[in-house]
Design a protein around this ligand. Structure first.
Ligand code: NAP
Length: 309
């Protein structure tokens, strides 16, 4: 099969489209014929070697931590699935991924793909959708009637977080550049503010019961974000660690997204019910993966890019 692989850590030039052996499912695994994978910012960190203590790789490595596709083969122990089923999954971070024609996926990570979107676009759902879900409901414990600031709402995680927070009955303030403002309003943001200016302390709508930070911020900026949280509220970050104990009864948490097929199925259900939209900024051939890594590094990727083998 064709796969993008790398044989050592490095820049985007290590990503090579080449022939690789089609894998065979071991116990509890299914082989998915990949309709698409999707780029995530963490892919670049893993490729560069900066995360090797957390996600050590065996080389050659196939990147791509999420997939949409159809089941091609399955281990007899992979109960509840059939060849031909359309599925989505968040893959283990340091196993071979989905930048290939076929990928191995633990059966327990699979959810049925949404029926109302084209299968390749469904590859934009698992990681960003689960991150938004776990940030809001597992870490921040967002409740109906609360206020939330979503910093970095214009990206993949933010687009899902705005929709899910709105549906949960929260009043949503979203930071956004002009390119994403209209979409975030349509997704349920009650108030749109520009990117935060940490030099100024006036933030429309503050204090918030919950601040969800999706932007890589400095320790000083994280302290400023904690100042925007109401007494007894929560500051949750998917990027840099928030202050451990900012006082005033504020809880802080750093998010580490985990695979959860039940939550993924819930997200899929909302997509099919028409209440959760998947935003795909671009569909590219898998051979473009090195260019996509370069565009992400240059800040030119505007939203989720799916890659089609
Ligand atoms: N810890 C975890 O488990 C976990 C899981 C998933 C993601 N993450 C991390 O979470 C972050 C977001 O992920 P993502 O997939 O949503 O990334 P993404 O799609 O690349 O989104 C980034 C968005 O942030 C907005 N942005 C950029 N600079 C900003 C600023 N200074 N202020 C406010 N917004 C700004 C931009 O939108 P606009 O310019 O349109 O506003 C951009 O589209 C990444 O750092 C990623 O690595 C962590």
């Amino acid at each position: 099969m064709k796969a993008v692989r790398y044989h050592r850590y490095g820049g985007s030039e290590v990503l090579t489209l080449e022939d690789a052996e089609r894998p065979t499912p071991a116990e509890g695994q299914v082989l998915v014929r990949v309709a698409a994978t999707s780029f995530n910012p963490v892919d670049a960190g893993i490729r560069a070697g900066g995360l090797q203590e957390v996600f050590p790789l065996a080389f050659p490595h196939i990147p791509g931590i999420e997939a949409a596709g159809t089941i091609a083969e399955l281990d007899p122990g992979a109960d509840g699935h059939q060849v031909g089923d359309a599925v989505v999954a968040f893959l283990p971070m340091n196993a071979d991924g989905a930048s290939a024609e076929y990928a191995l996926v633990p059966a327990e990570a699979l959810a049925a793909a949404p029926k109302t979107v084209e299968l390749p676009d469904a590859a934009a759902l698992p990681v960003a959708g689960l991150t938004a879900w776990q940030s809001l409901f597992d870490d921040a414990r967002l409740q109906a009637g609360q206020t939330i600031l979503i910093n970095g709402a214009g990206g993949a995680v933010g687009s899902f977080a705005v929709q899910l927070a709105h549906q949960a009955g929260a009043t949503v303030t979203a930071t956004s550049s002009s390119r994403t403002e209209e979409r975030l309003r349509a997704y349920g943001a009650d108030r749109i503010i520009g990117h935060l200016d940490f030099a100024s302390d006036a933030v429309d709508g503050a204090p918030f019961d919950v601040v969800l930070n999706l932007v890589p911020t400095t320790p000083e900026e994280n302290a400023a974000l904690a100042d925007l949280v109401a007494d007894g509220g929560a500051l949750v970050s998917t990027t840099t660690p928030p202050p451990e104990n900012p006082g005033r009864g504020i809880r802080t948490a750093r998010v580490f997204v985990v695979s959860n097929a039940g939550q993924l199925a819930e997200l899929v259900e909302r997509v099919d019910a028409g209440t959760l939209r998947i935003t795909v900024a671009d569909r590219r051939p898998l051979a473009d993966l090195p260019a996509v890594h370069d565009e992400a590094a240059a800040g030119r990727l505007a939203g989720k890019t799916v890659l089609i083998p």
